[in-house]
Ligand binder design. Structure first.
Ligand code: N01
Length: 536
């Protein structure tokens, strides 16, 4: 690819969403080029290589529903790990030849709209460094592109190894016999804890909030059973699109508060035994809407955890008697043997709400009442989620307006795929889409197909660009946030609401009403002649 060629499309990112988009856009005969920081295809699965990293959506819905890809691919487990997912992406590449249109190990630093030429000017550093131009800009950076390590006092004084889970050294780390700390008990924390806990000399977990972890119920998959199901895959994806979370199960459209204790237990037991996110996305419809229903779910959850945690002190930290926040309004992790690892004598947990981290030392961590020595500190402290990937790039639209300025007092988009004053810029799996509340391949398939039809519309009608109005964007913002206000999500300090980043506005970063409602919203706008857009 040469710097002075005008491309039809530039894509930033090389994960699930980008692959599906390329596959769809190629059918329009457009010239496409992509850039990704990673060294090959895979997006988050390129970066997240910490021990235990695995997906928590199940096969068969966690994959591209592209027959050339799945016809000769089988997974070994219902919830594959990162190594297998990397092998899967290599297979995808072999089948779809996506990488022929990519430059890897390259970082997009600026994207500026040129109103006169009606194109984007894109600056890239690293491999292929240079300036490129394109008529369409597709931002597929995912929701977890920007890592966060809190600014603990003296963090840089620590002489041992320290890194974020998403930056786990690619050559691997031998934790055998080592004194290890893990800060953070989100999905990454729980996964890494339960995995390295089997090998470490000792492990200390620093927990700020409990993780209401749910049983994954992992199982081996045979090629035979997957091959037998493949003729049904198209129907399975269509069915997934009709569920709230784009998954293999749907919510229970009954209220927990209206059920008898026996009926409630039967539903909870069934969801628990089924595993995955069934106890979350498949639960009673009032679980994250009504505090009373939420308390009932917590009580059940705590009872199940109590059966597994032996030490009452650890139990009270992991699953307190007094419900600390509305269950399932922060993302539960899917665990396999988390509580058994926590039972080990060489694994301890510190409640840093009671005993806060005061500072790092050269040899470890000092809390208000204790001092610890460590060889390795793992920051499982998450991401500047959903919007962080955009903010890493200097994006400027019409009249030079900066995206960071547009989003200074809140995140604005139209339909969770476009932004006012940013012509022909489309994104998926980002703000105001079903993103964090959906199975990624399902919601990105819906968004990719919508974007491809929109691009096709611009092309067929010989328009230069399409861009949403500020008014449409404001209406969408209110719609997304008003829908969320009817839930308990606003009550929890979670990354869903931007609450994990000091100073970030508390707002609904995701569309919470579910995939069918989202699909209807975006398709209605399309059917009504792209309501809310202007064409230039
Ligand atoms: O990040 P998180 P993550 N002092 O933000 C704690 C996806 N994912 O990387 O909850 C001490 O959830 C913080 O505490 P609190 C998935 O969607 C998927 O785990 O803010 N602690 C929390 O415990 C997931 O939800 C998989 O009180 C601090 C933790 O760090 C998303 O990525 C695997 C702190 C951060 O948890 C993010 O998950 C991994 C501080 N100053 C990730 N600041 C799959 O299974 C933060 N924490 C596919």
């Amino acid at each position: 690819m040469s710097s002075n060629t005008l491309h039809d499309v530039i894509i930033i990112g090389a994960g699930f969403g980008a692959i599906k988009l390329i596959h769809d856009l190629r059918k329009l005969g457009l010239s496409i080029h992509g850039f990704d920081k990673g060294s090959t295809l895979g997006g988050v699965w390129q970066h997240n290589r910490y021990p235990g990293a695995r997906v928590d959506s199940e096969v068969p819905v966690y994959q591209l529903f592209i027959s050339e890809v799945y016809e000769d691919w089988n997974f070994s487990e219902a919830f594959p790990g990162w190594e297998e997912l990397q092998a899967y992406f290599a297979h995808v590449d072999k089948k779809l030849n996506i990488s022929k249109d990519y430059t890897y190990s390259s970082t997009v630093t600026t994207t500026h709209w040129n109103e006169e030429a009606k194109h984007w000017t894109v600056t890239v550093t690293g491999k292929g460094a240079g300036v490129y131009t394109s008529r369409y800009l597709l931002v597929c950076t995912g929701f977890a592109a920007k890592t966060v390590i809190p600014s603990f006092k003296n963090r840089d004084k620590f002489k041992g190894l320290a890194f974020h889970t998403a930056e786990w050294p690619h050559e691997g780390i031998d934790v055998k016999g080592k004194k290890v700390a893990v800060i953070g008990t989100g999905a990454s924390g729980v996964q890494v804890i339960q995995e390295i806990g089997r090998e470490v000399g000792s492990l200390t977990v620093f927990q700020r909030s409990i993780n209401t972890a749910l049983p994954m119920v992992q199982r081996k998959l045979s090629a035979k059973e997957q091959d037998a199901l493949k003729p049904e895959y198209p129907k399975i994806l269509e069915a997934a699109k009709l569920t709230i979370a784009g998954n293999t199960f749907n919510a229970t459209f009954l209220n927990a508060v209206d059920a008898t204790p026996e009926e409630r237990k039967a539903v909870y037991d069934e969801k628990w035994a089924g595993g995955g996110f069934r106890f979350w996305g498949g639960n009673f419809q009032d679980t994250v809407a009504n505090p009373e229903a939420n308390a009932l779910a917590y009580e059940y959850w705590r009872g199940r955890v109590s059966e597994r945690v032996k030490d009452p002190r650890k139990l009270e930290i992991l699953a307190p008697t007094k419900q600390p926040y509305h269950i399932l309004t922060k993302r539960p992790s899917l665990e396999q043997y988390y509580y058994e690892i926590l039972n080990q004598d060489n694994v301890d947990i510190v409640d840093i709400k009671q005993d806060p981290i005061v500072k790092f030392t050269e040899t470890g961590i000092k809390t208000a009442s204790q001092e610890f020595d460590f060889d390795i500190v793992v920051f499982a402290t998450g991401f500047d989620a959903v919007t962080g990937g955009f903010n890493l790039i200097d994006i400027r639209g019409q009249g030079g307006v900066k995206l960071t300025d547009k989003w200074a007092d809140g995140t604005y988009s139209y339909l969770g795929m476009t932004i006012s004053e940013m012509p022909n810029l489309f994104f998926l799996y980002g703000p105001h889409g079903p993103t964090a509340f959906s199975n990624g391949p399902t919601s990105t398939a819906i968004q990719s197909e919508w974007i491809s039809r929109a691009v096709s519309f611009v092309e067929k009608n010989n328009k230069g660009y399409m861009v949403p109005t500020k008014e449409a964007e404001r209406t969408w913002y209110n719609h997304v946030n008003d829908t969320c206000k009817g839930t308990l999500f606003y009550s929890s300090k979670s990354w869903y609401m931007g609450a994990n980043i000091p100073g970030k506005k508390i707002e609904s970063l995701n569309y919470v009403a579910g995939i069918p409602a989202y699909t209807k919203d975006i398709e209605d706008a399309e059917r009504e002649g792209y309501r809310g857009f202007i064409f230039g």
